[in-house]
Write a protein that binds this ligand. Structure first.
Ligand code: PHE
Length: 356
């Protein structure tokens, strides 16, 4: 399933810190891919993996994606990521103590790595990490003095990505009557649904978490549920993966009936070559880190640079619209896939400082 030996060999990052947390049998992995002015940033993913190899390959891949994300966003931050690989279920107190110990590691890194939330962690968790890891923590709750959840700026960015992609495919960015399937109606997915509803799009969603499905029906959210096994039965204008990575693989691409893919999930492609397969199938793919940069860009700009929320949402949307257009035009001009086109642009924008 995972090609992690290959990835490990190819990972050209700066530091990998691994700590085994004896008290909880968890593995803490921090991958600093690049630094800019001695700093890097990236989210903390906390979950059960099938193996340590799978956790390691995830953290390495995600750290490299953060470098590209900040480069594309023209932001002077290096890319990093951390993973806490849980090998067993933890009770609330054990989890809290683990986050406090994570904060101590962060403190020892003295700003080389700044953490933010990601899959399996929240702004409340950032509050806990801050107790020991201060000040190297992004996205604490607003009550605690942070900028709050990164879901809202992320969703605004994905929304802008959907509009740009529709303009490219259909010649108009009007979303009225466009059919869109959102995979995963978590906090980003719900916010995106809301934005799409205001434009009168026809919204479908698929979800595996029964709690969220119940919540959606009790809240009367305007979206038609599609069973995860039935997502390939229908045609959609846009498919929006907002759950986990690796969902675009040979098998799913073969079956998907959509014209474009624009979603918030990180590392959506199972392997790089899947981008060629999408092109071959005539599906326009918006590279994940281009359209999901809103969270990291929004939070770091508000907390480290003093932008207001309104200012930064506008900046996120214009950055994504302009960049994505450049990606699509470059891909056409070079007759290449959109991932290669995005990489070319990211490399052009990457401004290395003399950093070690
Ligand atoms: N989860 C965010 C991402 O993948 C990480 C992040 C959030 C980084 C907030 C910094 C601040 O982009």
């Amino acid at each position: 399933m995972n090609n992690c030996n290959l990835i490990k060999k190819n990972w050209n990052g700066k530091n990998l810190i691994t700590v085994i947390d004896q008290q909880t049998d968890s593995h803490i992995l921090i991958a600093i891919h690049t630094t800019q002015n001695g700093r890097s940033a990236g989210g903390l993913r906390m979950k059960r993996y099938d193996s340590r190899e799978a956790a390691l390959s995830d953290v390495l891949n995600l750290s490299a994606a953060m470098t590209q994300k900040f480069a594309i966003a023209n932001m002077k931050w290096g890319g990093a990521k951390s993973v806490i690989y849980l090998t067993r279920d933890l009770d609330e107190n054990e989890r809290k103590q683990l986050l406090i110990r994570f904060g101590l590691i962060l403190k020892n890194l003295q700003g080389r790595y700044y953490v933010g939330p990601d899959v399996g962690t929240s702004s409340e968790d950032m509050n806990i990490i801050y107790e020991t890891g201060k000040p190297y923590v992004f996205s604490r709750t607003i009550e605690a003095g942070g900028a709050g959840s990164s879901s809202i700026p992320t969703a605004y960015g994905v929304f802008a990505g959907i509009k740009t992609t529709c303009k490219f495919i259909f010649g108009t960015d009007q979303l009225k009557g466009r059919s869109i399937l959102i995979q995963g109606l978590g906090s980003v997915g719900q916010c995106l649904q809301n934005l799409l509803e205001q434009e009168n799009a026809i919204i479908y969603y698929t979800e595996t978490n029964q709690e969220i499905i119940d919540q959606v029906s009790s809240k009367g959210i305007n979206a038609h549920f599609i069973h995860p096994e039935k997502i390939y039965d229908r045609e959609y204008d846009i498919f929006s993966p907002c759950a986990h990575g690796g969902i675009l693989n040979k098998n799913s691409i073969q079956q998907l009936k959509c014209k474009g893919i624009v979603g918030a999930a990180n590392n959506q492609l199972h392997i790089e070559e899947d981008a060629d397969f999408l092109k071959l199938r005539g599906i326009l793919y918006a590279p994940d880190y281009v359209v999901n940069l809103g969270g990291a860009m929004g939070i770091t700009s508000i907390e480290a640079e003093g932008f207001t929320e309104i200012e930064i949402i506008e900046k996120i949307q214009s950055t994504i619209m302009e960049t994505l257009e450049e990606v699509y035009i470059t891909a056409n001009a070079d007759d290449t896939n959109t991932v290669k086109a995005a990489l070319k642009i990211a490399q052009k924008r990457l401004k290395y400082t003399i950093d070690f």
